[in-house]
Design a protein. Structure first.
Length: 631
């Protein structure tokens, strides 16, 4: 069977990640012509990647979404030329594959000589139609990421008319209603026969390629939708869709999962990805997979401002179960001497104590300026960033908690550290490991950008970091202690930061200053480098955090609708109402009405209590007016 594939591609930055050529290479044995239409301008490297695996590459403006991309590609290819082929496939970039060999798909469907078009997957019927301003049902329809059309249909007048009369598509909803949900029923009503390889009637959900992805993969479906990684987590939570379970299935196939990670870390909102894929590991205090050979080249970069903490810090660092180099930075000659004296008690492979030029920027300037040569040398596989931490501004209890949250979850025990090192060994796409956001005693959940977001955007633009920023809580190493591959931080490490850019000691250490901004950018730099992040808890801190998180959540949700998205919708409506300007009071009684309106908005319970008194006061005012008019 002679086959032509029209492959629709889009990337806001014009970057072609390797999952695309991998997929197109796998399709090549089954396609005589591959025509890629890109709804975005391509980088030179991206165009070259596509040219290596496609016969035609057409880049166009993103007008009309995928529907008009297909329409213009077919027009450019030409109907007479298309008639030389037996099958046309309209396919797009919204899935990874082949998770299982495409040969299985084509063998099964090439045997079906009784059909005019077919799909890989379909969305089941939904009654009533869930889209706004629609009536009736959303019909069962082959999904537009893979629609195969045989010659009997694509050479027909009906097919030509369908595309000639296609209205301009201006939104995602238009794309669904005017094409994807319409295509199957439209041609079936005109007598064309179709089939679905993975028929939704075999699965317990109406959208099985997403909602039952684990079951479809169990049936050797060759694709995994990218949306699994960036869809709203409240939907996955409400429907018990576990991305980690899906990825466990994929990891047992021959598909190179690093292709997935290198795309989604760049294109998904980080905290959404972190949640959907459960990128948190509760690590036991025993080794669960470290391999001593080949040895990892490790450098510990420790900023010690409080020299009296040197022995305490070495107690943590001493849990690293393999040889490492140690580079210490400090702020005065006296501290340097005291630290060097204390370090003589430890049998260290290699140690250097450096005196920083300035304490402006504290641990962040020490890391990115004083240790820039270490980070950019290419000599190390991993670095550990750690610093003496007392946080006196937070008070004794919170300062101690923040310190131990940061350190215990990186260096809990030799076995614990070995497990973290094993993660890096077994997962080439892993770029950084740090504890999850500290939240006990700190108002970080939903707020930890604080006043740093705008400055972080500006710095990211300077550095060429294009990762999507999180809406509320950045995926960042609070306290700036972490394990990382040095190359994951290249854009930060190679930037010519200067001590003068950081706040002086007398200016304090406030949000919005460069040090706090960099703290929030570490994770985004890693993701921009195409590497992923994993958060880690030891079992002790996991149990402590879970019960407090559970309590905080149930305390809030007890006053809201039960399900998360319903609660969010409720609160967003309430916020919009609070932020909207109040309507003007009735002209005949402005002072009293204004007072009532203000009380009702600010203190609703008190407003309800005062309502009878308000009505009595209003009656008195009106009686007085009538008496004045009667005189």
């Amino acid at each position: 069977m002679r086959r032509v594939i029209f492959y629709l591609f889009y990337d806001a930055q014009g970057i072609v990640d390797d999952y695309v050529p991998y997929k197109l290479n796998a399709l090549r044995p089954f396609a005589d012509h591959i025509f890629v239409v890109s709804n975005s301008t391509l980088t030179p490297e991206g165009r070259e990647k596509l040219a290596d695996v496609a016969d035609t590459v057409l880049a166009r403006e993103n007008v009309g979404f995928d529907v008009w991309g297909y329409k213009e590609a077919m027009e450019a290819f030409g109907r007479d030329r298309l008639a030389e082929y037996d099958e046309l496939i309209l396919m797009n970039y919204t899935f990874f594959g082949p998770i299982f060999p495409f040969a299985e798909t084509f063998t099964a469907m090439d045997a079906r000589e009784d059909i005019d078009f077919w799909g890989l997957t379909a969305h089941g019927e939904v009654d009533p139609n869930p889209f706004p301003d629609t009536t009736g049902t959303l019909p069962l329809h082959i999904q537009s990421h893979w629609i195969a059309v045989r010659k009997t249909m694509f050479t027909s007048i009906e097919f030509a008319w369908y595309w000639d009369k296609m209205p301009m598509v201006t939104s995602y909803t238009d794309s669904i209603l005017q094409h994807e949900s319409k295509f199957t029923q439209h041609f079936a009503d005109r007598g064309f026969r179709y089939s679905i390889l993975f028929d939704p009637s075999r699965y317990p959900t109406t959208h099985p390629v997403f909602d039952s992805a684990d079951l479809m993969l169990g049936d050797r479906c060759p694709i995994l939708k990218r949306r699994m990684f960036f869809h709203e987590p409240t939907y996955l939570e409400r429907n018990a869709i576990l991305g980690r379970r899906v990825m466990e299935i994929v990891s047992r196939t021959d598909y190179p999962v690093d292709l997935i990670w290198r795309n989604v870390v760049r294109s998904a909102e980080p905290r959404t990805l972190y949640t959907n894929m459960s990128m948190l590991s509760v690590v036991p205090d025993v080794d669960t997979g470290f391999r001593p050979d080949p040895p990892l080249r490790i450098c510990v970069l420790a900023h010690i401002f409080y020299e009296d903490m040197t022995d305490e810090m070495m107690g943590w660092i001493g849990n690293i179960p393999v040889p490492f180099d140690l580079v210490v930075t400090t702020t005065s000659a006296a501290k340097k001497e005291a630290i060097e004296s204390a370090l003589e008690a430890y049998a260290l492979k290699s140690v250097e104590v450096r005196l920083v030029e300035s304490n402006r920027g504290r641990a962040e300037s020490a890391f990115l300026i004083a240790c820039r040569d270490v980070l950019t040398s290419g000599e190390y596989d991993l670095v550990l960033k750690i610093h003496s931490k007392k946080s006196p501004q937070n008070g004794a209890n919170l300062g101690q908690l923040f310190k131990h949250h940061s350190v215990d979850n990186l260096l809990s025990s030799p076995g614990y550290v070995a497990s973290i090192l094993g993660m890096f060994q077994s997962q080439p796409s892993l770029g950084m490991v740090f504890p999850p956001v500290v939240n006990i005693g700190f108002p970080t959940l939903g707020h930890s950008w604080f006043t740093n977001r705008e400055a972080a955007h500006e710095l990211a633009d300077q550095l060429g970091i294009h990762t999507i920023f999180d809406r509320t809580t950045p995926l960042a190493p609070n306290g700036t202690m972490f394990w990382a591959r040095p190359e994951s931080l290249a854009k930060l490490a190679r930037h010519d930061f200067d001590y003068s850019q950081f706040a002086a000691e007398h200016e304090g250490w406030s949000d919005g200053m460069l040090g706090h901004v960099i703290e929030r950018l570490y994770g985004y730099a890693v993701l921009d480098a195409g590497l992923r992040i994993q958060c880690v808890f030891n079992t002790d801190w996991a149990s402590i955090n879970y019960v407090f998180l559970e309590y905080k959540l149930q305390r809030i949700l007890s006053m809201l609708p039960a399900h998360t998205q319903e609660a969010v919708d409720y609160l967003e409506r309430a916020r919009a109402a609070l932020e909207s300007p109040p309507p003007p009071p009735p002209p005949e009684e402005p002072p009293l009405a204004l007072l009532k309106h203000s009380v009702d908005r600010s203190y609703p319970r008190f407003g309800r209590f005062m309502r009878p008194f308000y009505h009595a006061a209003r009656a008195t005012v009106r009686t007085g007016r009538r008496m004045r008019k009667a005189r």
